[in-house]
Write a new protein. Sequence first.
Length: 381
Amino acid sequence: MKKVVTSAIALLFATVGFAQFNTSDVFQYGNGNGSAVSQTGLMNDSDVDQLGDDNASDVEQIGVENTSEVHQGIDWALSSSNDRNTAAVYQEGNGNEAHIDQHYNVIDDSDDNTSTMYQLGDDNVAYNWQNGDWNESTVEQVGEDNDANVIQRGDSNVATAIEGTFFTSRRGEIDQYQTGDGNNAFARHEEDDNVIWQEQIGDNNSATAYQNTFTFGDTNITRQYQTGNGNTAYARQENSLSSTTGIDVDMNDILQEQIGDGNMADANQNGKYNDSNLLQEGNNNTDEQDQIGESNLSDVYQYGNGNGSIVSQDGDDNDSDVDQLGDDNSSDVAQSGFLQTSIVLQDGNLNTSGVIQTGNNHFSNVGQFGNGNNSSVSQNN
C-alpha cells in the first residue's frame, strides 16, 4: 500500500511539473511601460518587447501550445522608439498563434497605435503590423484553423477582421492591407472556407465585406482593391431575410477593383456559384450589382468619370456584360428568369441605356457610340 501511495504522489508531481512548461520573456526599454502576462495550461509561450515610453500590453493565454508575440518598436540597434501604443492578446484553445508588431523604422516612430487580438478555438493564427500613428486594428476569431492578417502603413487607419461569432468559422481567411491615411477596412464572416481580401492604397478609402453572417454556406470569395482617394467598396454574400431561394450561400465570387477618386462599388450575392466582376478607372464612377439565384455572371468595366451602372439578376444562368467608356454614361440592366444575356457597350459621353428582360432565353445587344444617345430595351414572355 505504501508503494502505491508513493507512486501516486510521484505521478502528481510529474504532472504539475509538466503543466508549468510556460515561458514568458518581457523586455521593456523606456519609461512608464506596463506589461501583464497570464498563461494557464501547457506549453504556452509569450514574448513581449517594448521600446519607448508609456506603452501597454496585456497577454492572456489559456490552453495548450498558445504562442503570442508583442513588439512595439524594437530594432536591433535600439535606435528608434515608439510611444503610447497599446496591445492586447487573448487566446483560449489549442495551437493558436498571435503576433502584434506596432512597428518601427530607422526614420519615423510609430505612436498611439492600438491593436487587439481575440482567438477562441484551435489552430487559429493572427498577424498584425502597423507603422504610423493613431492606427487601430482588431482581430477576432472563433472556431478552428482560421487565419487573419492586418497590415497598415500611415496614420489614422482602422481595420477590423471578425471570423466566427454567431456561428463558428472554420478554415476562414481575412487579409487586409492599407497604405495611406484615414482608411477603414471591415471584414466579417462565419461558416467554413470563406475568404476576404481587401487592399486600399491612398487616403480616406472604405472597404466592407460580409459573408454568411446569419446564414449557412461556405467557400465564398470576396476581393476588393482600391487605389486613390475617397473610394468606397461594399460586398455582401449571404441570404436576405426576405429571400425564397433557400438558406445556403455557397461558392460565390466577388471581385471589385477601383482606380481613381470618389468611386463607389456595391455587390450583393444570394445563392450559389454566382460571379460578379467590376473594374472602374477614373473618378466618381458608381456600380451596383445584385445577384439572386445560381450561376449568374456579371462583368462591368467603366473607364472615365461620372459613369453609373446597375445590374440586377434574379434567376439562374443569366449573363450580363456592361462596358462604358467616356464620361457621365448610365446603364441599367435587370434580368429575371433563366439563360438571359445582355451586352451593353457605350463609348462617348452622356449616353443612357436601359435593358429589362423577364422570362426565359432572351438576348439583347446594345451599342452606342457618340454623345447623348438613349436606348431602351424591354423583353418578356
